[in-house]
Design a protein around this ligand. Structure first.
Ligand code: NDP
Ligand code: 2IT
Length: 471
């Protein structure tokens, strides 16, 4: 006889376990009840709650069809991070004043490989954000087909307006604590918002001094010191490859389509480059100040200017509008502009339900998330209910971490692959991810990529967890 589980107190809620009604029927606690327990365990963390809910909604049916997941209490285990680290990051600014920030690393899962995921430096970083990103990363990394667990970290540090030396001192202080928790077999950080080539250089330099070892513990390294070719391009290129797979499966193609992109950082720049190379016209980019709208399309020269403006001069996208005499929509995002394909590549929650409605009524065909969870849950529901091809971030933007995985392989073998080889592997991985989403996402109304990605990502981690015992 299976054990009876009674819910006695808030702490005892064990929502994934079967409960019995008085008459002996099996009854499963609802998604809402499960979410209540998640909220109780993680108060005041709306982003994390939302990310968990979205996954649980996709896998709820599956886990109730397979008793091993219920008996293994997999849902509760998978929504509890393996460990979370918070630490003080003191540093000295150029005026000699002492500043203090808070650093984070949430290691969510090491089930299918060492913890792996980026570091974000942005004033909005808090435990909620890092936890939600780390949870998403676990399923994303599972989809890549490579052996990587899930993690995310960062600090509430604003790189904007800081000198290179201030950024270096901050990175060194951040690493003075983080280094003891990471390692090429343990946890391998990389970049994210606010952490690009410059920051990775400073972080790796300090890691190496402290560890007295040159190893592959950080990815996104410079090409001459252990980095992989195409890592910078990988996320943006991967998004476009994923979109091409979705369009092809739908009987459409990218060539000749109008593409709106938000953001103008790493992911946005290379999504724009690849979309253009594949024959699409990219008409927008944005930053926290506003959006530029270039109806003629952002060509290669203009894109080179954007890269220089953003990566070297650290300027504002508004300067593009002045230079090329195009429209600048101050404090606005790109979603009011008519497009065939929308690629949100800036940050979370940048497409609201009303933005989604606007995109739909303007005839948008496909939305793929270059950023992590840029579409709110309400926006996603609208896309799904209106037959928009929707590529969720954990599938569409997995190319970045996939090439990080390839960087780890190259570091392990002490070799460096040519660009063509990495690009071919990236394309294959994006196709595999797409096909896996199709496999698990089939519905009467076409492919639900969100459901497919969540189920495919979940099954691999959950089954491995069961095989490893009570972990
Ligand atoms: P970058 O720091 O290079 O660029 C971020 C861009 O988004 C900038 O243009 C920035 O504007 C804009 N932005 C950031 N925050 C906000 C905000 N709150 N409101 C409006 N605009 C904002 O970061 P990445 O390109 O690396 O990352 C972009 C997204 O892609 C993030 O969601 C990240 O998690 C995700 N991602 C990144 C991967 C990678 O390999 N780098 C891999 C997979 C996903 P401004 O210049 O004004 O700050
Ligand atoms: O969100 C992401 O997938 C990243 N920021 C990349 C992580 C990585 O380890 O390359």
């Amino acid at each position: 006889m299976r054990p009876e589980n009674k819910i006695n107190s808030k702490e005892d809620i064990n929502p994934t376990v079967i409960t019995y009604k008085q008459n002996g029927d099996d009854t499963y606690i609802s998604i809402d009840t499960f979410m209540e327990s998640v909220k109780m365990r993680n108060p005041g963390e709306p982003e994390f709650h939302e990310a968990v809910r979205e996954v649980v909604e996709s896998i709820w049916e599956l886990i109730h069809q397979q008793p091993k997941y219920i008996e293994g209490n997999i849902l509760k285990r998978m929504t509890e991070p393996e460990r979370m680290l918070m630490f003080r990051v003191p540093w000295v600014n150029d005026q000699g004043n002492i500043r203090v920030n808070r650093g984070y690393r949430v290691d969510f899962s090491s089930t299918i490989g060492p913890y792996k995921g980026g570091l974000r430096f942005h004033p909005s970083v808090n435990l909620d954000i890092v936890k939600f990103l780390s949870f998403e990363q676990t399923l994303k990394n599972s989809l890549t087909t490579l052996p990587m667990g899930g993690a995310k970290g960062g600090a509430n540090f604003d790189v904007k307006g800081k000198s290179d030396m201030e950024v270096m001192r901050f990175c060194q202080s951040f690493m003075n604590e983080l280094y003891r928790h990471i390692g090429e077999k343990t946890d391998i950080p990389a970049g994210d918002i606010g952490v690009g080539e410059r920051e990775i250089g400073y972080l790796f330099g300090q890691y190496k001094r402290l560890k007295n070892e040159f190893d592959g513990t950080i990815t996104g390294k410079g090409i001459s010191w252990g980095g992989s070719r195409l890592r910078s391009e990988a996320t943006g290129y991967g998004v476009v490859y994923f979109v091409q797979e979705m369009l092809q499966n739908y009987g459409e193609k990218l060539e000749g389509k109008t593409v709106s992109i938000s953001g103008s950082g790493n992911v946005a720049q290379y999504a724009a480059e690849k979309a253009r190379q594949q024959g699409a016209k990219v008409i927008t980019l944005s930053d926290t100040g506003g959006t530029i709208y270039d109806p003629d399309g952002i060509d290669e020269n203009k894109l080179q200017y954007v890269m220089h403006l953003k990566n070297d001069e650290r300027g504002r996208i508004k300067e593009y509008a002045l230079r090329y005499d195009v429209e600048y929509l101050e404090n606005q995002n790109p979603w009011s502009i008519k497009c065939d394909i929308a690629l949100p590549c800036a940050t979370e929650n940048e497409i609201s339900a009303s933005d989604a409605s606007m995109l739909i009524s303007n005839g948008c065909l496909c939305v793929a998330e270059g950023a992590n969870k840029p579409c709110t849950s309400d926006a996603v529901k609208l896309f799904l209910n209106n037959g928009i091809l929707f590529g969720p971030g954990k599938a569409a933007n997995a190319g970045g971490v996939a090439v990080s995985g390839l960087e780890m392989s190259q570091n392990g073998m002490r070799i460096q692959w040519p660009r063509e080889k990495v690009e071919k592997k990236l394309q294959e991985i994006m196709k595999d991810i797409h096909d896996n989403c199709v496999n698990y996402g089939k519905t009467e109304n076409g492919i639900n990529y969100l459901r497919g990605a969540n189920i495919a990502g979940f099954i691999k981690v959950a089954d491995a967890m069961l095989q490893q015992g009570v972990v």
